[in-house]
Write a protein that binds this ligand. Structure first.
Ligand code: GLY
Length: 358
């Protein structure tokens, strides 16, 4: 078992993150040790409920089954969760427990952040992407017709329980989408300001077979590394006013790919990998990195055999990037590699991108 802790000064909250491979049935006791005599409402992904059933051993009325898919991540669904909490007369001492992937964690977290101006929250991520990224750091939200995650809050959970056994039942594509975010951490490691050194690029390169075979011990260690890096960033900049932007490495291009393909053709992680490749190409063309480092990135990505995304029309990509919520009025913000496992922020304009990619 691994145990980490997030300490956010502004909230005075300590958030333990427990990573283990215990039998999933043990989670009920682990969760109730935190909740004590208080009540809970679990928001459980339908897919997870179908496979694992009521492993938290909660009364039926205390479970909200969340249908799968990004299309459920709306105010309307959030309202249903809040209605259920009101019907159960939950108080601010009680808990919302999110059990599922990124969509589930984001929407349940958002509901927890606004229910009576904030109720306790436990995250139980069940996808690799949620384990290494979305369950940690306190971003919550819903989508609107104007875009993804446009309404939301920063709301730290009280506790995150990561059990690697959930990852065994993910289909290959879902597992790989999480690996896309894992690869991201490798190339930003030294910019995260973490005291511990992991050399994640090497780790991913040497252990690709074991990682792809999903061995419990290796997954536990991999998640510990990624979560340690994320914590290090979030503790320094919870609200993304500076350092936290590095977690968007690969995402400027990725968001455009996802939007241009109507969020249907590629998973988030696949798009992030394409975005990382673009960032390396861009940095190399600008003379920021040596070609040999670009090859390191390409070789690592090859080892994981991600779904290939063809180059999209750069003019359409640019137009989409400019409409992204993270774009700034005077330019497009990229996180670019600058040296081994280091990144830096670049604000650029269309002409420069067209010069290299047009
Ligand atoms: N997923 C990026 C962040 O939490 O900032």
């Amino acid at each position: 078992m691994q145990s980490l802790n997030v300490k956010i000064n502004s909230t005075e909250k300590n958030c333990p993150i427990i990573i283990n491979d215990n039998d999933i049935s043990a989670l009920s006791e682990e969760v109730f040790n935190v909740i004590g005599k208080n009540n809970g409402l679990a928001v459980v992904s339908e897919k997870v409920f179908k496979i694992y059933g009521n492993f938290l051993k909660l009364p039926k009325e205390r479970i909200f089954i969340l249908k799968d898919g990004e299309k459920e991540k709306t105010f309307k669904t959030c309202q249903k969760i809040l209605d259920k909490a009101l019907k159960l007369k939950l108080t601010r001492k009680d808990y919302i427990i999110a059990v599922g992937g990124g969509v589930c964690g984001d929407i349940a977290g958002f509901a927890a952040s606004i229910y009576m101006r904030g109720i306790h929250l436990i995250q139980i991520p069940t996808t690799l992407l949620a384990c290494v990224d979305s369950s940690v750091g306190g971003k919550t939200g819903v989508d609107t017709r104007f875009g993804k995650n446009l309404i939301g809050s920063f709301y730290q959970p009280d506790c995150v329980f990561i059990n690697t056994n959930f990852l065994k039942t993910l289909d290959e594509r879902q597992f790989k989408t999480g690996l896309g975010e894992v690869v991201k951490y490798a190339f930003i490691e030294k910019s995260c300001g973490c005291d511990e050194e992991f050399n994640l690029i090497n780790y991913l390169s040497l252990n690709s077979d074991k990682i792809l075979a999903r061995s419990n011990k290796i997954l536990e260690e991999l998640i510990r590394i990624c979560v340690s890096l994320k914590i290090s960033v979030v503790e320094k900049d919870e609200h993304e006013s500076g350092l936290r932007k590095i977690l968007n490495f690969g995402h400027t291009y990725a968001h455009a790919v996802e939007k241009l393909t109507n969020y249907k053709k590629y998973t988030h992680g696949e798009a992030v990998v394409k975005g990382i490749e673009f960032a390396f190409e861009f940095a190399h063309k600008r003379g920021e990195i040596l070609e040999s480092y670009k090859f390191v990135a390409e070789d690592l990505i090859k080892k994981y055999n991600f779904k290939k995304i063809p180059d999209l029309d750069i003019r359409k990509v640019l137009l989409t990037m400019k409409l992204d919520k993270k774009a700034e009025s005077d330019g497009i913000v990229f996180i670019l590699p600058s040296d081994c496992a280091l990144v830096k922020e670049l604000k650029t304009v269309d002409n420069e991108i067209l010069k290299y990619f047009g």
